[in-house]
Design a protein around this ligand. Structure first.
Ligand SMILES: [Zn+2]
Length: 101
């Protein structure tokens, strides 16, 4: 699914995840904006405990989306800071980043 972020109708700030009130201006009206692409800021590995249900380490990156907000996304392979990624979201609202070739 396409990742959507939320833009304040009053001041144009974009946020993710959704908030009730805009932290910039206090506005409460939002429009959705599609965030299909972004660039990687930082990457880290989350080590899972042995015996955890979904075993294995998880790669996580903070990604600045082309729509504005920074999102935390899972990665399938190692990327470098500054790499371009495409963004998607699954049914459990987990954000995924896929390197753009
Ligand atoms: Zn605002």
């Amino acid at each position: 699914m396409t990742l959507k972020v939320f833009q304040c109708e009053q001041c144009g700030s974009t946020v993710f995840p959704a908030r009730y009130l805009c932290f910039e201006c206090g506005g409460a009206k939002w429009r959705e904006r599609v965030a299909e692409r972004g660039s990687v800021d930082e990457m880290t590995t989350v080590r899972r405990r042995v015996g955890a249900q979904e075993g294995g380490d998880v790669l996580i990156a903070s990604v600045t989306t082309d729509a504005g907000p920074i999102v935390i996304a899972r990665l399938e392979r190692v990327v470098r800071a500054g790499d371009a990624v495409s963004l998607a979201i699954d049914e459990q609202n987990r954000v995924f980043a896929l390197p753009v070739a």
